[in-house]
Design a binder for this molecule. Sequence first.
Ligand code: FA5
Length: 357
Amino acid sequence: MSKPTLDQLEELVAQALSRIEACANGDELTACEAEVHGKRSAFTQLQRSLGELEPEARREAGSTLQSARRRVLDAYARREGVLAEGERQAQYEADRLDLGDVVAAHVRLPLRAGHPGIIATTQATLEDVFVGMGFTIADGPQIETDWYNFEALNIPPAHPARGMWDTFYVELGEPETVLLRTHTSPTQIHLMEEAVANDTLPIHAVMPGRCFRRDTPDARHLAAFHQIEGLVVDEGITFADLAGVIEKFTKEYFGPEITSRLRPAYFPFTEPSAEFEITCTLCRGAGCRTCSQTGWIELGGCGMVDPAVFAAVGIDTSRYSGFAFGFGIDRCAQMRHGIADMRAIADNDVRFLEQFS
Ligand code: FA5
């Protein structure tokens, strides 16, 4: 191959430019650069041949060669940029996550929407029944002081009735002053205190909520369960009003064939007191394991508000009388849906829970 001459410079540049343009990726471009500018390239040979020229001619030829090389180097840099951008785009495409595909994949799965649990729906139905009977709904704290859970309810310290409620205490340094409420009855006290403070008596309210006892779970008990408390404080309220409300509620909630009965009982905060029971809905009164063969299930306690409780909250007993009741929401759910063992409600077995969606 004959040595290149300066006359061929434009042709060499044109060839180099078209070879650079033809490079399809970075590797080809690197190889091309070595060829165009490498030791044996035409440009390098021309560069070397400059030494043979006179100084004046050498300067002129050097400058021409320099600008030709510059054009080739610029073309090389431009092509490098174009190829890098192309490679970046290709990488983007390869990495692209099509969220539409992800959503579509999920939509193909059966949608598993949640639904309120059996206790929430039972509570809502109970509230509806009582609202229909003219009651309002109130709420109270789950963590209580000894005063609300016991003392104001006529259960002073060391009173033997405290044994009726095996209590979880909250460790706050001082022993046994703050506790998880064992029943919803303390909400009665909050309501009466508020009504006295705001002069808003009478009261006709129900108070649903969660309660806690150190009870061993069995077919009719849980350690965390729910009660709904009822309180009526008004003028001229008698035990007959209480019995009427209990029976009306029983028929409304469980149906006309289920009956209630009241049996004498003892609660420190009501006098007289009663336990109220309903026909066992599992055996319809015939006797079964769930009702211990009695045909009846205890739903809750009730009675006329004890004057000592009215005294604790400052209600004038010469004007007002009242009744209260409190019964288990879990027990209601159990009886309404014929659940033999209450522990199933707390077990979180989806196959059980889905029956009540
Ligand atoms: C009380 O808790 C009284 N506060 C009820 C009351 C209110 C009486 C107002 C008078 C006036 P007792 O401990 O019997 O009473 O509980 C009432 C009901 O709560 C029970 O009949 C039962 O239905 C429900 N219950 C009690 N303990 C549990 C438990 N561990 N698991 C599930 N339900 C329970």
